[in-house]
Ligand binder design. Structure first.
Ligand code: BGC
Length: 406
């Protein structure tokens, strides 16, 4: 990459953070919350010598109640956008009975965001499902599709006046593979057949949610958050290139291709660089996050370039790292932004950058140990304390970019 003197971004660029309901709200009641406490799960953790309490979402960051504190953090960061998710199990705890108080709570939150000039990006499904949906067969069953549609309609009709950006589904491929192929997440199925079925149903769900949202308001901007990996063939070996090409097609593109007529933007979550050298691996070298994930700032540029062909605006809906002591966050942020800037300079229509995450949160099967937050959360007092990268990010957001200090 050619180093520049400064990295300023296009006018009206969105700077934000992202989060999801189950990971921060606290006291959700859904298939995940029940799985976390199940005998099987607790037993499995004990066998691994882990403390099961660290793996139960419980009060999480208590954000459903403390959302004013979250807004204070967003303001301190100078962001002009925030992505969060609506919790289906709160809106429709029992089949057909809708909780309008919960909807009002989200509406008030959105109004507060708007009063602070923060654009809401609303995710409609970020993995957990209500218990009754699980009991109907969850995403492996076509039966739930009309219910998802109805939920989308009710939420959108209620919130539409104040929301323009909708993310229907978060990372459908990650969900289908972790919940139905590798069996790490509830409902812990290990079946290629079922995971493909789930993908198919999620494609259907997105398409009909798209129609529902457009029907309500043609100006709605709708997409998914796609988890794209930088599959990088080592050297010039044809074999590595073929494997990288196939992985790229099935993991990064398949879902997006299927919905290409039903998306107004391409939403990207970027975390992984995968060096392919006669198998899938990591770069042997370099820095890693607390999760052991390689920190490869260039990767984001390559996945963005892979999205150009959809000829739609690109929204970076998640990008970040688990870094409790903030050793790498500011560096990773700036180096990644340099690469995003370069992608824009070479013609990519990137409209935003959202850091994952605003706060420390419940990291799914890994529980509370990974610390993805710009703000540290004390899980006893729920106090939010800025990590050092808050200063860096807030200046970038305020200035719409930064000068190179390397
Ligand atoms: C998910 C988030 C998760 C983050 C870090 C993304 O794949 O959308 O829910 O916390 O990665 O693992």
């Amino acid at each position: 990459m050619q180093e520049r003197v400064s990295y300023f971004f296009p006018k009206n660029f969105y700077w934000g953070c992202a989060s999801s309901s189950h990971q921060i709200e606290g006291n959700t009641y859904n298939d995940w919350s029940e799985w976390e406490k199940s005998e099987e799960r607790v037993g499995e953790l004990k066998r691994q010598n882990k403390d099961p309490r660290e793996y139960i979402s419980g009060s999480a960051a208590n954000s459903f109640i403390l959302n004013n504190q979250d807004i204070a953090c967003l303001k301190e960061l100078n962001v002009n956008a925030y992505r969060f998710s609506i919790e289906w199990s709160r809106i429709e705890p029992e089949q057909g009975s809708f909780d309008y108080e919960a909807l009002k709570n989200y509406q008030n939150f959105i109004l507060k965001l708007k009063a602070n000039n923060i654009e809401p990006f609303v995710t409609l499904w970020h993995w957990p499902i209500p218990i009754w949906v699980r009991d109907l067969g969850g995403w492996q069953s076509k039966k739930i599709l009309p219910f998802f549609d109805r939920y989308v309609k009710i939420v959108a009709e209620f919130l539409d006046k104040n929301v323009d950006y909708w993310v229907t589904l978060n990372e459908p491929t990650v969900y289908a593979s972790n919940s139905y192929l590798t069996g790490q997440w509830p409902p812990q199925k290990k079946s290629l057949f079922l995971s493909l079925k789930v993908i198919k149903n999620l494609i259907r769900a997105h398409k009909s949610a798209y129609a529902v949202l457009k029907n309500i308001d043609t100006n709605n901007q709708i997409g998914i958050a796609s988890h794209n990996i930088n599959f990088d063939p080592a050297g010039k070996k044809v074999f590595n290139k073929v494997v990288a090409g196939l992985a790229n097609y099935f993991w990064n593109e398949y879902f997006l291709n299927k919905i290409s007529g039903e998306q107004d933007f391409v939403g990207l979550n970027y975390y992984f660089h995968n060096l392919i050298n006669y198998g899938f691996g990591k770069n042997e070298n370099k820095l890693i996050s607390d999760m052991g994930w390689e920190l490869y700032p260039e990767g984001v540029k390559h996945v963005i370039k892979g999205l150009d062909k959809y000829k739609k605006p690109i929204y970076i809906l998640e990008h970040g790292l688990a870094d409790k002591d903030d050793k790498h966050r500011a560096w990773y942020l700036k180096e990644s932004l340099k690469n995003i800037h370069e992608a824009i300079a070479s013609g990519s229509d990137v409209r935003d950058y959202f850091h994952w995450s605003l706060l420390d949160n419940f990291e799914w099967a890994d529980g509370f140990f990974p610390r993805f937050g710009l703000y540290e959360v004390n899980y006893k007092t729920f106090e939010r304390t800025p990590r050092s990268a808050v200063k860096t990010y807030s200046e970038i957001c305020r200035e719409n970019g930064f000068k190179n200090d390397n």
